[in-house]
Design a protein around this ligand. Structure first.
Ligand SMILES: Nc1ncnc2c1ncn2[C@@H]1O[C@H](COP(=O)(O)OP(=O)(O)OP(=O)(O)O)[C@@H](O)[C@H]1O
Ligand SMILES: [Mg+2]
Length: 509
């Protein structure tokens, strides 16, 4: 057989190489085994090929694929010709099966197949451990030659590595699936414990707010919620309403910053029928909220005239519609929110002190996100889950590197900005794990990595943060060509929130 012509030898080598290329791109174990069996059958011009994998725990050989049959075989690793190859570590070439004592005829008995010739050899991984046996049956013409042995040995040595890789990959996939499942389960647990009224947060900052909401559920005191833009003021106001005895009555929000002076009275108090031709009668917000809650959002932006009018309603508990002659009783619970420092406004004379004390019977201050960074993983995972649920997507998760970036970013737009960023990352994610490649270049860099943002020695943290905010706002405005709505979105602020900050920092429009 050593006299095989050179041309034929080259052909075989080329065939083996071609098989190697195919198997290297196959990571699914059953498909890989199927491919190997098929290719070996044609390479060695025989009837069948099987790969037996060694199960050291049970000291058994098992085979998922035998070309031409779907059966799974499992037998003692010392049995049969394949078993002999595994136990001795040698190639076994059987020229007449039924006269060879190593042949295990029971399988023929089960499958109704008649074995004549067998070539079996051990498969070793890179560490030299035997991971199974490669076996071919019934050479079409004659018996398996020495050249066949060499060919199968060459193939088996590559096959062993490919098989081990595929096994590792499937093991990894299994563990990953298991981790994702466990992770989802844990988040459900954690959230069940820490999400009240949709307010997420496990630390004292948020938990105190949640407990306060629970404590005042039976009273109708006015509450003023303060905090920077995007810290959850409206979320808290809604939670207060929906926890109270008024939950089934309306929650009406008025954005005081967007209330033009000319529409003030008709918006708030309504218009009587027949005031003038062409003017439709309408219900004022106080009446819409009757029996429920009126939420004065951005209350610090009310004009002094509006403040006086609202104060009167609160004191007298009646409203007079535009063009109306009678006073209508109203019963509203008042909640208010602002990101302004109302005491400073009082000092400046732009906010009425008497109104301030009316709306601030109770005061809740929402912390900026940079002060409660420990909540970021909980919040980020919550928003990610929300995204997947709403978009019916497979569960996604953050890579540790991305989570690090999220927990260290400055977040001038607070939770709203974090939520927007998570939604954007989830929408752009290519795999199940959101990794650094998916990060938006616009994600604010972590504070310590950005020299420009690093506070100078004498600079207070507050001043440094203000500096950074100014810079981020200026950048966002530049990038959006002064489109305030887009810039606000990018920063995770409401438009009004952005305008307020621009005013505070005297950034020109
Ligand atoms: N603790 C929290 N848990 C869950 N979601 C939160 C939390 N805080 C804020 N959010 C979410 O962040 C977004 C912004 O919150 P919200 O509108 O209540 O902020 P805001 O303080 O009223 O902002 P602005 O001053 O700009 O009006 C919302 O989508 C809200 O659900
Ligand atoms: Mg708000």
């Amino acid at each position: 057989m050593a006299s095989l012509p050179q041309a034929e030898l080259n052909e075989r080598l080329a065939a083996i190489l071609a098989i190697c290329r195919k198997m290297n791109s196959e990571r699914d174990l059953p498909s890989l085994l199927d491919l190997l069996a098929r290719e070996a059958t044609s390479l060695l011009e025989c009837d069948r090929a099987s790969i037996f994998l060694f199960d050291p725990e049970r000291n058994e050989l098992w085979s998922k694929v035998a070309l031409g049959s779907d059966e799974v075989l499992r037998f003692d690793a010392r049995q049969g010709v394949a078993g002999s190859a595994v136990t001795t570590g040698q190639t076994v070439n059987v020229r007449d099966a039924y006269s060879d004592p190593r042949f295990y005829g029971a399988i023929d008995g089960q499958t109704g197949y008649r074995t004549r010739t067998i070539l079996a050899l051990p498969m070793r991984n890179q560490g030299g451990d035997i991971i199974g046996a490669f076996e071919v049956l019934n050479k079409r013409a004659g018996v398996f030659s020495l050249r066949d042995e060499q060919s199968l040995e060459a193939l088996a040595s590559h096959a062993a590595i490919a098989i081990e890789t595929a096994q590792l990959v499937s093991e990894l996939r299994r563990t990953q699936d298991e981790l994702v499942r466990q992770n989802a389960h844990l988040w459900r647990e954690v959230e069940g414990r820490f999400a009240t009224h949709g307010i997420i947060g496990a630390g004292p900052g948020i938990q105190q707010v949640v407990r306060l909401i629970e404590r005042i559920r039976d009273s109708l005191v006015s509450v003023l919620v303060t905090g920077e833009s995007g810290t959850g003021k409206e979320l808290v106001a809604r939670a207060i309403h929906y926890t109270s005895s008024r939950a089934r009555r309306p929650f009406v929000a008025l954005n005081c910053a967007a209330l033009p002076e000319t529409l003030l009275e008709s918006e708030l108090f309504g218009i009587e029928k027949g005031v003038a031709t062409g003017v439709q009668p309408r219900l004022g917000l106080f009446q819409k909220a009757d029996g429920g809650t009126l939420f004065l959002d951005e209350v610090g932006d009310l004009s002094l005239i509006a403040q006086a009018k609202i104060l009167r309603v609160l004191q007298e508990r009646v409203v007079e519609r535009v063009g109306g002659r009678t006073s209508l009783p109203v019963d509203v619970r008042l909640l208010a929110a602002t990101n302004k420092d109302l005491e400073a406004e009082i000092a400046k004379g732009t906010f009425r002190e008497d109104l301030y004390y009316r709306i601030k019977v109770l005061h809740i201050n929402m912390p900026p996100l940079r002060d409660i960074r420990e909540e970021i993983p909980l919040l980020a995972n919550h928003f990610l889950k929300e995204y997947c649920r709403e978009n019916t997507r497979q569960p996604l998760e953050f890579s540790p590197a991305v989570m690090r970036r999220l927990t260290t970013a400055p977040w001038p737009g607070n939770v709203r900005q974090l939520r927007n960023e998570v939604m954007r990352l989830a929408a752009c994610a290519r795999g199940q794990v959101i990794d650094e490649d998916d990060l938006w270049t616009g994600l604010p860099a972590p504070l310590p990595d950005q020299p420009a943002a690093r506070p100078a020695k004498a600079q207070s943290l507050k001043a440094a943060i203000e500096d950074l905010e100014k810079r981020l706002i200026a950048e966002a405005l530049k990038e959006t060509r002064n489109n305030q709505l887009q810039a606000a979105r990018r920063l995770g602020l409401s438009r009004q929130g952005l305008i307020n900050k621009m005013k505070r920092y005297s950034i020109a429009e």
